[in-house]
Design a protein around this ligand. Sequence first.
Ligand code: ATP
Ligand code: MG
Ligand code: NA
Ligand code: MG
Length: 272
Amino acid sequence: LHKQQPPLKIAGYAHWKGQVLTAEELNVLYEGIKLNNVNHYDYILTGYTRDTSFLETVVDIVQELKRLNPKLVYVCDPVMGDQGSMYVPENILPVYKDKVVAVADILTPNQFEAELLTGRTISTEKDALDVMELLHQMGPDTVVLTSTDLTSPHGDQFLVALGSQKMVRTDGSKSTQKIRIEMPKVDAVFVGTGDLFTAMLLAWSHHHPNDLKAACEKTVSVLHHVIKRTITYANEMAGPGKRPNPAQLELRMVQSKKDIEDPDIVVEATIL
Ligand code: ATP
Ligand code: MG
Ligand code: NA
Ligand code: MG
């Protein structure tokens, strides 16, 4: 959370309440965790952050936790904006660029965030693959562009996501798995789908650490089931011919428990 009233796009709601955790308060919480010797983690996930010193503290903590567990996987969703505009202060970008991405193992920018981090524009799939390569060079072995404006080979009714994973084969040589995932677009704006994507990618990467295709197929299948259940319910609530409002479009997470735990695979990724 953050100090100023955020743009509607990110909060997703007309009203916003609550407090902002400062870098100092985060440090105090972490001190408490350390005192109890419960600072051994396998995964860390971070998302929407507006404050540079808070984000720098996150990096310090991630580095310390990685020293305690060298296998720790840090999943970073570098939430900064969408569709060409930033919804965090601009001074957060250099912190992601120079400090955060370097310690991330899995990075889940959308197209705009990937462009910000690399200073490149993405107009073609080739551009996107180049940008993911640049992001690998900055740190993370796994990069997923969670949504792009690229045209799907299956037509403009599909949303394209792209992924790239660096791996070391058993013989020590290196390889990269690159994939394209297409999913049917739904004509509505959802809140929390970016967070759900990153959370599911963490969970399914745990089960498929060296198979980004499998992890992404399960991730996007979960998104599909949750979105489908949500839009079906929202349309029902809104009534015939009416567009659902944001309250009706709240993600049907609890109702989707079974799909989240064990999704039917409805999306097949293409190996590039
Ligand atoms: P972040 O918000 O973390 O920066 P993002 O902008 O990619 O990332 P979303 O735009 O919410 O986040 O997209 C994440 C995923 O949610 C997409 O990969 C897609 O699976 C799903 N999704 C979101 N909106 C729609 C939609 N209108 N129709 C179909 N799928 C959608
Ligand atoms: Mg988006
Ligand atoms: Na994302
Ligand atoms: Mg988002």
